[in-house]
Design a protein around this ligand. Structure first.
Ligand code: XMP
Length: 520
């Protein structure tokens, strides 16, 4: 394992991802761990991340020199680079010349370990106030920029390397190559983190954890729960039962597709489909307030899931040979684990995660086979397990479904109207090849608004739908997607012609912030 020591950078997770893209396993650890604790984990190499601090500030996280003396290969980036300089007797000066953003290198040693064969002519991503002015003894200076006379150094004997810039961000031209050179040449690490290995390893771990017991898993229709379930199914077969709650707020044919696709990919996993449409629609009758809708849907979801669980447990009571249902499978991902404070122990599951929140008094142990994986790795595992493209590349869809895309009361008729319009939008975006470019495109029915239109010889008085195509990296911020006019025009023509009751199509051109992606 390559450990990324997080000095408080927003880049630490990104560094771990880049290392994994070079097929070497990597995890993030906080800088608050002691050197002994870090070394006790037997790292194959260490990468010291950037950080927001100046090495001069009082509360700056300190680098324990013990980490540099253990014989473990080390790469320092930005703040990590300066910390190495400071710890080993180099000079870090407050030059006053800040470099921020794209910066052109001035000189590079194209024979050194990290930059072998590279041109000087490259742009790297910088973000620093202080600068290293003298490398520590024994180190060769291997690059410089106008604002950083010592922009990189290395001591291949001691296997310690550092660069002032951020090779992990996409704006650094040869960044990935620098990281790969460190891993292979600097640290002597082979490619070992591949999708096939991940699957093999996880399957073995799951078998060990679950043993002869049984497990259940709530399928939400999303990527994470589907991949988690498929992995567990591969490991323990019919000891796993999946539960899918159809709340009636799914898109056209969605539940059937999930059932078919999941069953096919897993060679017929045990899957219980709970049809709870009536329960949800009854509970939602007359409700228009968005938060109330969300609460009702969340609550009903949990109760329905609990009942299905109880049924599964109860069924086996009559069977003297049946093992107890001891495990609940969750699709928790690595970023959730890091964000909730750490590697070990049970993840602090976000309330929206997966099945829309867990009952508080669960009596199950958790099985979380995706805890070590980033989203793109989950997709790769899913694809290799044979889950179809529609599931593996699925765009995000909110747990409360179309219930929060009808502005006004949610009724069966309105849902059917929205489902027709939404199906057209999805089909047209797919056939225009825009699925990867667009993060998601909610279609929102303004159910309490009517406007006058004209169609054929007659006057219409119908509802508008709003198209909300967005681009995003992580849904925290988003921009409205510039969908080509001809695609918009086809969507608009088809909806107004084919969906009886919708006579207007409008486009939402608001970024997030200030708008959210969903309307409710
Ligand atoms: P907003 O509307 O907050 O949405 O900008 C951000 C992302 O989260 C999705 N979303 C949800 N996902 N349960 C979910 O599983 C929810 O209650 C929920 N609400 C919003 C939304 O589709 C977008 O991708």
């Amino acid at each position: 394992t390559v450990l990324v020591v997080d000095f408080g950078a927003q880049y630490a997770q990104l560094i771990a991802r880049r290392v994994r893209e070079a097929d070497v396993y990597s995890e993030v650890v906080p800088h608050t761990l002691s050197a002994e604790e870090i070394l006790a984990r037997n790292p194959a190499a260490l990468i010291l991340s950037g950080g927001p601090s100046s090495v001069y500030s009082e509360d700056a996280p300190r680098l324990d020199p013990a980490l540099l003396e253990a014989g473990v290969p080390v790469l320092g980036l930005c703040y990590g680079f300066q910390s190495i300089a400071q710890a080993l007797g180099g000079t870090v000066a407050r030059t006053g010349s800040r470099e921020y953003g794209s910066t052109r290198l001035e000189a590079i040693d194209s024979t050194c370990t990290l930059f072998a064969g590279q041109d000087v002519d490259q742009v790297v991503w910088m973000s620093h106030g202080d600068a290293v002015t003298d490398a520590p003894e024994g180190f060769a200076v291997t690059a410089s920029t106008p604002g950083a006379p010592v922009a990189a150094f290395e001591d291949p004997e001691r296997r310690i390397f550092g660069v002032q810039w951020h090779p992990e961000v996409g704006h650094s031209q040869h960044g990935q190559r620098v990281i790969e050179r460190f891993l292979r040449e600097g640290a002597g690490l082979d490619r070992s983190w591949t999708t096939a290995n991940v699957i093999e390893e996880q399957v073995a771990l799951i078998r060990e954890q679950i043993g002869q017991h049984r497990a259940i898993c709530g399928l939400s229709g999303g990527v994470d729960s589907a991949v988690a379930a498929a992995l567990v199914q591969r490991a323990v077969g019919d000891q796993l039962t999946c539960v899918y709650v159809n709340h009636g707020l799914m898109r056209q044919d969605e539940s059937e597709e999930i059932e078919k696709a999941f069953g096919k990919a897993t060679g017929g996993a045990r899957l219980v489909m709970v049809d709870a449409e009536d329960v949800f629609l009854e509970a939602l009758a007359g409700v228009t307030d968005p938060e109330t809708k969300r609460k009702i849907i969340g609550e009903k979801f949990i109760r329905t899931f609990e009942k299905a669980q109880a049924d599964i447990v109860a069924e086996s009571r009559n069977d003297p040979n049946a093992q107890d249902v001891k495990f609940l499978v969750q699709g928790t991902l690595y970023p959730d684990v890091v964000e909730s404070g750490g590697g070990e122990g049970t993840a602090n599951i976000k309330s929206h995660h997966n099945v829309g929140g867990l009952p508080e008094d669960i009596e199950f142990e958790l099985c979380e086979p995706l805890r070590a994986l980033f989203k793109d790795e989950v997709r790769a595992v899913g694809a290799q397990l044979g889950l179809p493209e529609e599931i593996v590349q699925r765009q995000p869809f909110p747990g409360p479904g179309l219930g929060i895309r009808i502005i006004g009361e949610v009724t069966k008729e309105r849902l059917d109207l929205l489902r027709q319009a939404d199906a057209i939008v999805r089909a047209e975006l797919t056939s225009a090849g825009l699925d990867r470019e667009i993060w998601q495109c909610p279609v929102v029915l303004l159910a309490d608004v009517r406007s006058v239109g004209v169609q054929g010889d007659g006057r219409t008085y119908g509802h508008p739908v709003v198209l909300r195509p967005v681009t995003s990296e992580d849904a925290m911020t988003a921009d409205w997607a510039k969908v080509p006019y001809d695609v918009l025009s086809r969507i608009s023509n088809r909806i107004t012609n084919e969906v009886d009751g919708i006579n207007r199509v409008v486009l939402d051109v608001t970024s997030k912030p200030p708008g959210t992606i969903e309307w409710e």
